[in-house]
Design a binder for this molecule. Structure first.
Ligand code: GLV
Length: 326
């Protein structure tokens, strides 16, 4: 029997390709070319599987042009790059890479919150620019993390991991808002109190966004929500671009509607809103939430394991839609 054909949409650890080659013919992209949708579609024709990252969009148009496609494995927990209903209708399996990145991403969220509150990027730029000629009493004085109120919007696995860090490690008071409330046991474990979105915005000293992107979370934080926050508050987005209205945030940072922001994700990635590049009170990182070597290896391994399971007739590890082989 012919081996199935798999396309790697982006570059990945070489041993992942070697593992996939045991069950499939693999077209790799180790030059890491970012293909347009048309190029991706062209290369996907005649392939049964694809290994994607969060930037590779698989929608109804791609599916219609690639009728041989049977499985798309995303090396990301977020899957807003996949049109799941269209995949289900086309009987194409979809998988993501949850759990393995939870703690690493929570670490980055916490690091970004601390860097933002304590003005670390701004002060480092000042030092590197040779502007540090004397110490002064209020130089880069920011806000405290310990004892402050941590607000979390989106209380899935990563939100809970951030809550534990804040409550147990830093004595923070944790409030959260989520589509559904956690069980009393989980709330107690995370030491987190459920509040309305309005209360969350009003109470948080540091607000972290960890909700998935969807049409309903588009611009969940815009000018109106920023105006509800404390002028001393900080905002951190490690979830997805588009959850925050970047233009409104740039304006709010300029006007000091809020004190500062830390952003790992952006509306037009990898482009960053020019207004955000102009203001000093924002820490910017290039979508590196899950970027530790062990975690990126685990994410790639999980995406590969889903492909291998599919083509060797085993159950998928982290399916996103009904099993099309069933
Ligand atoms: C990263 O953004 C992911 O969704 O894994």
């Amino acid at each position: 029997m012919n081996k199935p054909k798999i396309l790697m949409a982006r570059a990945v650890f070489p041993d992942i390709i070697a593992r996939l080659e045991q069950v499939a013919d693999v077209e790799a992209n180790q030059a890491d070319v970012v293909w347009s949708k048309a190029e991706l579609t062209e290369r996907l024709r005649g392939k049964q599987g694809v290994f994607t990252t969060g930037g590779d969009r698989i929608d109804a148009e791609v599916l219609a042009a690639c009728p041989d496609l049977r499985i798309c494995a995303n090396m990301a927990v977020g899957y807003n790059n996949f049109d799941i209903p269209a995949m289900t209708a086309a009987r194409v399996a979809a998988t993501n890479a949850p759990d393995v990145l939870t703690e690493t991403t929570a670490d980055l969220g916490f690091a970004l919150m601390m860097a933002t509150a304590r003005r670390m990027a701004e002060s480092e730029h000042f030092l590197r620019a040779g502007q540090w000629t004397k110490w002064s009493f209020d130089m880069f004085a920011g806000s405290d993390i310990h004892g402050a109120t941590l607000g979390i919007l989106g209380m899935g696995r990563i939100g809970q991991a951030i809550a534990r860090r804040g409550a147990l490690g830093f004595g923070m008071k944790v409030v959260y808002h989520n589509r559904s409330r956690l069980s009393p046991e989980l709330e107690a474990e995370c030491k987190a109190r459920y509040v309305s979105k309005d209360e969350l915005l009003a109470q948080a000293d540091h607000l972290i966004l960890v909700l998935p992107y969807s049409a309903s979370s588009h611009h969940a934080i815009g000018a109106a929500e920023l105006a509800q926050m404390k002028p001393t508050a900080t905002l951190v987005n490690i979830a997805r671009g588009g959850i925050v209205d970047d233009a409104a945030l740039a304006q709010a940072l300029k006007n000091r509607t809020i004190a500062a922001a830390g952003l790992d994700v952006f509306e037009e990635e990898p482009k960053v809103h020019p207004g955000l590049l102009e203001v000093p009170n924002v820490v910017l990182t290039p979508h590196i939430g899950s970027a530790s070597i062990p975690t990126r290896m685990a994410m790639a391994g999980l995406a590969a394991d889903n492909l291998i399971a599919f083509f060797t007739g085993k159950p998928l590890l982290t399916p996103l839609n009904p099993e099309p082989r069933a």
